[in-house]
Design a protein around this ligand. Structure first.
Ligand code: FPP
Length: 241
């Protein structure tokens, strides 16, 4: 179902842990990468649904710092999928007003992929209809550790007074420093864990764990999850007004 356009209490920022590609493929007797390709095709549909649902920021977890533990075949297949996705989708993303950003540690990614990521960020930097952030080689603890290292370097260089350091200071060093915190985190595939995703930023997020496997996550399913969120009462540690 669709919501009224730009519903008043729609989440401004939705983050999604796209889980279940492997099981979805295996249940069809196919290799896991078949599921990742089907999952990649869902990304466009979900991004396109955002404006009507009132969602301005969408952040998706594409590859975690822990995903390197998968087989070499699966890791190589995913990296090739990311390169192809960026190459194939760049023009449509630009034309549809999507601003793309990447978060995560790029250093371990191959140079070709890093270049494609930089180019897509530049190509879409003036867009403002939907802000799509793709987490690639991303881990919440790794992000906080990298941020802390840079903050410590600035303290050591005399650029930051340690007495002034608070949560907002640290947030400015995170990969997500230009994004609002997520209002809603969705995980597909029936698993109820957060797997090191946006640990700092999700302190007050609402969570929705749904059974749908990511390749089956349609715009309609997305609309239903958002409608459920709109009924929630968020108090941020306070009491009902
Ligand atoms: C989790 O499913 C999914 C991933 C580790 C990869 C997510 C990647 C995509 C959806 C591909 C497209 C993304 C972009 C941006 C092009 P899983 O493999 O852990 O599934 P399982 O739990 O059933 O094994």
């Amino acid at each position: 179902m669709a919501l009224d356009s730009h519903a008043k209490n729609a989440p401004e920022h939705v983050a999604i842990i796209m889980d279940g590609n492997g099981r979805w493929a295996q249940s069809r007797g196919k290799p896991r990468l078949f599921g990742h390709h089907a999952g990649a095709r869902r990304v466009r549909e979900v991004v396109e649904a955002c404006p009507d649902l009132g969602v301005k920021y969408l952040t998706i977890f594409a590859f975690s710092t822990e995903n390197w533990k998968r087989t070499q075949v699966e890791v190589a297949g995913l990296m090739s999928l990311f390169r192809r996705y960026i190459t194939k989708e760049a023009r449509a993303l630009k034309d549809e007003g999507v601003r793309v950003r990447f978060i995560g540690d790029r250093v371990r990614l191959d140079h070709k992929l890093q270049t494609l990521m930089d180019e897509l960020e530049q190509l879409t930097e003036h867009n403002d209809r939907v802000h799509l952030t793709i987490a690639l080689n991303y881990g919440g603890r790794d992000e906080v550790a990298r941020a802390t290292k840079r903050l410590a370097q600035d303290v050591a260089a005399g650029k930051v007074d340690p007495e002034t350091v608070d949560g907002e200071t640290l947030a400015r060093y995170l990969d997500t420093h230009v994004l609002p915190d997520p209002d809603l985190v969705i995980r597909t595939s029936g698993e109820a864990r957060i797997s090191n995703f946006l640990l700092w930023q999700s302190a007050y997020a609402e969570y929705e764990f749904i059974d749908t496997m990511w390749p089956d996550f349609s715009a309609e399913v997305f609309g239903n999850v958002i409608a459920g969120y709109c009924k929630r009462d968020r108090r941020y540690g306070g009491v009902r007004a």
